[in-house]
Ligand binder design. Structure first.
Ligand code: NAD
Ligand code: UFG
Length: 336
């Protein structure tokens, strides 16, 4: 029996592949390489001394999905595949709805046809919208402020309906907070195409000399130092959360939303200071106006994951930043 990881070549997927292979699981990666490099496979092999199966395929293609389900005996799926850039989603919304929502419906249909009804889905803290007060709890009302967030919310709703319609499904929607960091080996990490949208890859590229300076989006928020506060979580802790969720699926029918975060908030300026200390590099920055759509403070109530999955984070902010820096300094141009 194998586990299928759609989007398994990407940032979070590749770290989860490593955790699964090191627990002797059989893994099939299914990825169209829209936002990933094939070099990831060699790196995974270097870390684990094992080679996952890799199928180049698209969740939007029924044929690609049928083929992988016919060729492998898939017992469960972790569904990472998706487009994830918030800004881009406002420019090309149809591509996001097609890729993320239609692609996911395809996947769920093919899973059902092959009697594979265990699923872990990559959702996001973005489904809490802008009106809830942190700490964010799974029972809070959900909403979305951009097409990317809408796709996550729609898929969560589709999965709730699916689980209601057929009690054989076991589904966990993992709501990630802000994944950062990299594998301790420095061999795999986040490799954004073009100018990074997210804080950590941006800061890392300033430190390594690829970018001149960071723009800090606003210092007039109602937070201790005026800059935005987020719940950063080490990608290896996040990957381990997927292993725990997979194991739980065997005795957890229905559809469940679970936060994966630390429960702590860190400001932009605290990130900059911690990065400076870890890297020994200067991080020049300037304060610029707020970025549209950002909110002041986002952090998780993390107790449900602890109670239900027996999972909690183990790696602190200094480990997150040290590992980001190791990855960036060992691979100044990512996988290229
Ligand atoms: P990523 O872009 O590194 O990985 C996604 C992978 O999916 C890529 O390898 C890409 O090539 C693949 N892919 C995209 N469309 C595909 C398709 N149609 N068919 C097959 N493969 C396809 O992103 P990530 O950071 O690893 O995120 C993984 C998942 O977690 C995404 O669904 C993302 O929305 C979600 N998520 C990410 C974050 C974050 O900050 N990184 C936060 C919350 C949720
Ligand atoms: N920031 C800067 N400068 C930058 C980039 C970010 O000051 O160049 C600030 C932002 O204003 C925010 C913080 O750094 O206060 C974190 O920003 P990110 O873009 O790294 O992360 P977000 O919290 O905005 O977004 C993340 C994911 C989204 C997801 C969202 C909600 O990237 O996919 O969390 O869960 F939708």
């Amino acid at each position: 029996m194998s586990l299928l990881l759609t989007g398994g070549m990407g940032y979070i997927g590749s770290h989860t592949v490593v955790e699964l292979l090191s627990r002797d699981q059989d893994v099939v990666i299914f990825d169209n390489l829209a936002n990933a490099s094939e070099a990831v496979l060699t790196r995974i092999e270097q870390i684990t001394s094992r080679k996952p199966h890799f199928v180049k395929g698209d969740i939007c293609s029924r044929e690609d999905l049928e083929q992988v389900f016919s060729n492998f005996n898939i017992e469960a799926v972790i569904h990472f595949a998706g487009l994830k850039a918030v800004g881009e989603s406002t420019e090309i919304p149809l591509s996001y709805y097609h890729n993320n929502v239609s692609g996911s419906v395809n996947l769920f249909e093919v899973m059902a046809k092959h009697h594979c009804k265990r699923l872990v889905f990559s959702s996001s803290a973005t489904v809490y919208g802008e009106h809830n007060q942190s700490p964010l709890v799974e029972t809070m009302p959900t909403s979305a402020t951009n097409p990317y967030g809408q796709t996550k919310l729609m898929i969560e709703h589709i999965l709730q309906d699916l689980a209601k319609s057929d009690p054989q499904w076991s589904i966990v929607n993992l709501r990630y907070f802000n994944p950062i960091g990299a594998h301790q080996s420095g061999l795999i990490g986040e490799n954004p195409k073009g100018i990074p949208n997210n804080l950590l890859p941006y800061v890392a590229q300033v430190a390594v000399g690829r970018l001149a300076q960071l723009s800090v989006f606003g210092d007039d928020y109602d937070t201790p130092d005026g800059t935005g506060v987020r719940d950063y979580i080490h990608v290896v802790d996040l990957a381990k959360g997927h292993v725990k969720a997979l194991n739980k699926l065997t005795d957890l029918p229905g559809c469940h939303a679970i936060n994966l975060g630390t429960g702590n908030g860190t400001s932009v300026l605290e990130i900059v200071e911690t990065f400076k200390a870890a890297s020994g590099k200067d991080i020049p920055y300037q304060i610029v106006p707020r970025r549209a759509g950002d909110i002041a403070t986002v952090f998780a109530e993390a107790s449900k994951a602890k109670e239900l999955l027996n999972w909690q984070t183990e790696l602190d902010l200094s480990a997150m930043i040290a590992d980001t820096w190791r990855w960036q300094s060992m691979n100044p141009n990512g996988y290229e």
